[in-house]
Design a protein around this ligand. Structure first.
Ligand code: FES
Length: 148
């Protein structure tokens, strides 16, 4: 049912634990099953230099948390914000369809920890998405005006 990579990350999860004085901490819960994931990030000069997690959840949640910590280290804040649950699942050579929802925790925990980092550093005037959206909207208006 599970890939070798999922089993490996479940049996030997990487980066379990806490980071003291973490720059960003995010805790999320899965509404479907009540499982919980907490992610700690160390961020220096906009680069994630360390990540640790604690997960109270199923095997897929533990494996995706473990893989998520490996994926974020070395990334910039913006790059890490683009990591999706699908990307985490793909890095594990896939999850059974009924366990895909477990990977949502990893994506959400990364985002929550990065939001916490941004909040602590006064970088959260508007969310990344709404900035991207208003930029897109501006572009569209611009095009429409040019066409008029
Ligand atoms: Fe809850 Fe997998 S069953 S996260």
């Amino acid at each position: 049912m599970y890939s070798d990579k999922v089993m490996d990350h479940f049996m030997n999860p990487r980066n379990v634990g806490e980071i003291e004085n973490a720059d960003g901490v995010g805790q999320v819960g899965n509404a479907k099953c009540g499982d919980i994931m907490k992610m700690y990030l160390k961020i220096e000069d906009n680069i994630i230099t360390d990540a640790k997690f604690k997960t109270f959840g199923c095997g897929a949640a533990v494996a995706t948390s473990s893989m998520a910590t490996e994926l974020v280290v070395g990334k910039t804040v913006d790059e890490a914000l683009m990591i999706t649950n699908k990307a985490v699942a793909e890095a594990l050579d896939g999850l059974p369809p009924v366990k895909m929802h477990c990977s949502n925790l990893a994506e959400e925990a990364i985002r929550a920890a990065l939001e916490d980092y941004k909040k602590k550093n006064g970088l959260l005037d508007s969310s990344t998405e709404s900035t991207a959206c208003s930029r897109r909207c501006d572009d569209i208006h611009h095009h429409l005006e040019e066409e008029d």
